[in-house]
Design a protein around this ligand. Structure first.
Ligand code: SF4
Length: 417
């Protein structure tokens, strides 16, 4: 269940139906102002809405004063063990304090931070980690780790409510993906506060991205989770941000920049798809517009399966077809296919619409029709999918298609302008 409460970190709303917020953490020594600011600018450019900085020492709190002023996005101060640093971080202007009430030195110290945060209207993220549950929950943790995580989170919530502090979000994190999913599902039914999702120490870019996509994606598809952080073993924090965005875009929860669709290729492939897709992906990185581009390895299926794409190419031996919203634009030689595709994308972005030369479009459509006719007997993956869909529409098959209105993400989707 989506959270009912909303908090603000700087000007960024979290929870209560707000778009899922992307965050990451700087990996520099916070006190190294130049390096930290450079990384903050990089993650902000990659699409981070907010960023967390570790504050383990006095000199980090000192640096925080400048960081908060110069950062283009709100800053969360990450505090462990030392509540004095939390108090100083609030004075330094941090937009949010992350702390684990279980490791900050007892109720009185949490109360001191809560009082100051309340007075300064600074929210907190209170966190529970599978590796640091309170002692009295260790026995339960051995028997039922999910219940132990949720029990710890609920205790912390009650502690904060008892201190008259309700301006917080919660995170329950575990290195175990099924436990993270189960614990967050359970917690979302028990408390109204926004949830921060993450898989702790997820791993390297490849494995960590997949683990995070499975764990966070499952929860987000259920409507659970208000802010996400992908934890990857890389110094390049912007990589975490890019992965977070891919997860949100895949679930159609938020839009940012282009979406690239590419067929998986098969034995009908007639050109060097790998390098073409890689080039298109790389060139699309410089576009901020949510243009959708499809790359089909052959034209055997026509362009119907990618007809929703703003632009696309269907390759063939020595030549290919450029299309827009399912309509052929023109046939071009293989060597200029990608350049021509980007010329068309640029023209449409400049002028706000696609200019179609009817003669070239007719020539492209005829080329496509010829290829389809030559391959009329081919049962391609796309053709089978289309036949299945048509059979359902005609009532000849009872295979159930995804009902968009019943989708768990319905109502939280962003629509294209
Ligand atoms: S048949 Fe489909 S999967 Fe195979 S190359 Fe053509 S478009 Fe790609």
């Amino acid at each position: 269940m989506a959270s009912k409460r909303q908090i603000f970190v700087g000007g960024v709303p979290i929870g209560g139906g707000a778009p899922v917020v992307v965050q990451t953490m700087t990996k520099t020594e916070t006190a190294n102002l130049a390096a930290t600011m450079e990384q903050i600018h990089r993650v902000a450019e990659a699409g981070a809405d907010i960023v967390r900085c570790a504050v383990p020492r006095e000199k980090d709190v000192e640096a925080l004063r400048t960081i908060v002023k110069e950062s283009p996005i709100p800053i969360i101060a990450d505090i462990h063990f030392n509540h004095t640093l939390a108090l100083k971080a609030i004075d330094a202007g941090a937009h949010c304090i992350r702390l684990n009430p279980g490791n900050i030195g007892g109720r009185d110290k949490v109360a001191e931070v809560a009082e100051k945060a309340n007075a300064a209207n600074v929210p907190m993220r209170i966190g529970v980690n599978s590796g640091s549950l309170p002692k009295h929950l260790h026995a339960l943790e051995r028997e039922a780790p999910v219940e132990a995580l949720v029990a710890a989170a609920v205790e912390f919530v009650e502690l904060m409510e008892g201190l008259d502090f309700e301006n917080f979000k919660i995170s329950i994190k575990s290195t175990n993906v099924p436990n993270t999913i189960a614990a967050n599902r359970l917690l979302s039914e028990k408390v109204p506060y926004p949830l921060h999702l993450g898989i702790t120490e997820a791993g390297t870019k490849w494995a960590g991205s997949l683990k995070s996509a499975v764990g966070l994606g499952t929860l987000l598809a259920d409507g659970i989770g208000d802010t996400i952080r992908i934890s990857l073993s890389t110094f390049h924090a912007e990589e975490e941000v890019k992965v977070a965005w891919e997860i949100l875009k895949a679930l159609q929860l938020r839009e940012r920049g282009p979406v690239l669709i590419a067929c998986p290729t098969c034995g009908r492939l007639q050109f060097d798809m790998d390098s073409v897709v890689a080039e298109i992906e790389q060139r699309l990185e410089s576009y901020a517009e949510p243009v959708e581009v499809a790359v089909l390895g052959c034209a055997v299926n026509g362009i119907g399966e990618a007809s929703h794409a703003d632009f696309g190419i269907a390759g063939a031996k020595n030549e290919g077809l450029i299309f827009t919203h399912g309509k052929p634009l023109r046939k071009v030689p293989q060597e200029t296919l990608v350049d021509t595709l980007f010329e068309e994308i640029d023209k449409s972005l400049d002028r706000g619409k696609v200019e179609i030369d009817e003669a070239e479009s007719r020539e492209g459509a005829a080329w496509l029709a010829r290829i389809e006719e030559e391959n009329a007997g081919e049962l391609t993956p796309e053709k089978i999918a289309r036949m299945e869909r048509e059979a359902v529409e005609k009532g000849e098959s009872d295979k159930v298609l995804l009902d968009e209105a019943a989708s768990p993400t319905a109502g939280r989707r962003f629509t294209r302008a």
